[in-house]
Write a protein that binds this ligand. Structure first.
Ligand code: HEC
Length: 138
């Protein structure tokens, strides 16, 4: 009788662990974000696509930003679209370039993916551009 109770307990424990484990795995899958090695972030302005392309001129960069980003992120980094981080106050910019670039590339919630629109070089330069809003520069 005691042995039976024990095996029931072991079974219950097994089921508990199994279901707990599966639930945890589910949770992980639904909130999964690409792992980013921040330490390996390439310097903004270099290009893994090959070569070391010249930095994009400021006027061209500003135009790229105005055409693609400003209607959500605002002309000076103060958001227009609700839910958009305030770059003028440095929101999100504590994250490393590699992490921010993943969001830019793949998109997130209302942020569209830029992978097929802008080159990696352009994305990096735009991130550099966005970082300058904190200092109040344009
Ligand atoms: C349609 C609106 C929209 C446009 C256009 C847009 N963004 Fe965003 N962006 C967002 C929103 C919303 C977020 C916040 C996403 C979240 O974390 O939920 C965001 C987040 C970001 C972040 C922070 C990413 C992170 O990992 O936290 C960066 C950097 C960024 N945008 C840069 C840009 C740049 C550069 C452009 C232009 C090429 C651009 N965005 C265009 C809406 C937009």
């Amino acid at each position: 009788m005691e042995r039976y109770a024990l095996s029931k307990l072991v079974f219950a424990l097994f089921v508990f662990l199994l279901s707990g484990g599966l639930a945890a795995a589910d949770e992980e899958a639904s909130t999964i974000e690409p792992t980013v090695e921040c330490g390996e972030a390439p310097a903004v302005g270099t290009d893994a696509e090959g070569g070391s392309p010249k930095p994009i001129e400021d006027e061209v960069l500003a135009l790229l930003y105005e055409e693609n980003c400003a209607f959500c992120h605002g002309y000076d980094g103060t958001p227009i679209l609700p839910g958009t981080p305030n770059f003028a106050e440095g929101e999100r910019l504590e994250k490393c370039n590699a992490a921010l670039l993943v969001t830019m590339k793949m998109g997130k919630n209302d942020m569209p993916p830029w992978e097929d629109v802008l080159s990696l070089h352009e994305q990096r330069q735009l991130l550099n551009f966005v970082r300058r809003f904190v200092a109040g520069e344009k």
